[in-house]
Design a protein around this ligand. Structure first.
Ligand SMILES: NC(=O)c1ccc[n+]([C@@H]2O[C@H](COP(=O)([O-])OP(=O)(O)OC[C@H]3O[C@@H](n4cnc5c(N)ncnc54)[C@H](O)[C@@H]3O)[C@@H](O)[C@H]2O)c1
Length: 299
């Protein structure tokens, strides 16, 4: 089980100093203040940075995560992920700082669990303004060696939960005029070898987001996606171990990855969280997939 990235240092998923200043709305008021936000996959990595961004800007945040994934085809290489335990620790730490954060147990790929989560939110607090679907899984394998089960599990691990979470969120979001931010990737904009299933899932997130945005525009719900580049989370620690070439150290592999980024620097969880907060409050933006990747793709 890989360690949490949550308390890591600068340049990692969630450990860099907070860089985004509260964005005042028309009256000088932060548009996220007093809103209610659900972040699924928010226990660690980029999702945890989103939780902190929203909570520090005055939102009440529910952190959803799971201790069990449906298959071992994920970057934790196990069905046991301790995600809910880490969500509970994160909520406890931020609550201790006076912020409004609580944890919820949910596997986004499990329809009964997703339905129950949203039914609970409809009862208490009874409103929801932002849904961030920050979960995702990856695994490394060339197509020539890939089993159908692996292909299906990785595509489903990135797409099923987006469908389920969006579907069951809609009644609450229509009532509040709220919005959804789905997590795609630079791998949802261009192909990378040995992660074709992950690319298929993340391209799927972009298409699903665009289609749902059209359906929901007249109901007042906005739907966007964010496409991170390389954030040094648990996901990328696994990828680095897999992509390190014979004779190369992991540090040299990190350098090779960094050199692929036009800006020559990795993104942080805070970079991505700032983009998510922007999408959550940009009233004229819907159906978009925003790259936050140092210039790796255009769009
Ligand atoms: N790290 C990067 O560089 C990078 C780049 C592009 C896109 N992304 C995407 O960003 C998102 C966050 O990734 P990360 O790097 O922070 O990974 P991470 O593993 O650190 O965090 C992902 C979290 O999602 C949870 N999760 C996974 N499947 C779940 C499910 N079915 N239900 C509930 N929770 C689930 C995990 O338990 C974990 O806490 C993912 O969608 C990922 O594909 C990451």
């Amino acid at each position: 089980m890989a360690e949490s990235t949550h308390r890591d240092g600068p340049g990692t998923a969630a450990g860099a100093a907070r860089t985004t200043a509260p964005a005042p709305g028309p009256g000088g008021r932060d548009p996220l203040r007093d809103t209610v936000c659900l972040v699924i996959g928010g226990a660690r990595g980029i999702g945890a940075a989103v939780v902190e961004e929203f909570a520090r800007r005055g939102a009440r945040v529910v952190v959803g995560d799971t201790d069990r994934l449906p298959s071992r085809y994920n970057h934790y290489r196990s069905t046991e992920t301790t995600g809910y335990g880490e969500a509970a620790s994160l909520a406890e730490r931020l609550t201790g700082e006076g912020l409004a954060v609580r944890a919820a147990r949910v596997n986004a790929s499990d329809e009964a669990q997703v339905r129950a989560l949203y039914a609970g939110l409809a009862e208490k607090p009874g409103r929801l303004d932002t849904v961030v679907n920050a979960f995702g899984v990856t695994h490394v394998c060339p197509v020539a060696d890939m089993e159908l089960a692996e292909f299906r599990e990785v595509v489903a691990g990135n797409l099923d939960g987006v469908f389920l979470s969006c579907k069951y969120a809609l009644p609450l979001l229509r009532a509040s005029g709220g919005s959804i931010v789905n997590f795609s990737s630079v791998s949802g904009r261009t192909g990378f070898g040995k992660v074709a299933h992950y690319c298929a899932g993340k391209f799927g997130v972009v298409g699903f987001t665009a289609a749902l945005a059209l359906e929901e525009a007249r109901h007042g719900v906005r739907v966007n996606a964010v496409c991170p580049g390389i954030v040094r989370s648990n996901m990328w620690r696994y990828l680095i171990a897999e992509f390190t070439r014979p004779g190369e150290t992991e540090e040299e592999c990190w350098e090779r990855m960094r050199s692929m980024i036009p800006q020559q620097q990795f993104q942080t969880g805070e970079d991505i969280a700032g983009a998510v907060a922007y999408l959550a409050s940009a009233r004229a933006v819907t159906g978009q997939a925003l790259g936050v990747n140092g210039g790796m793709t255009n769009p």
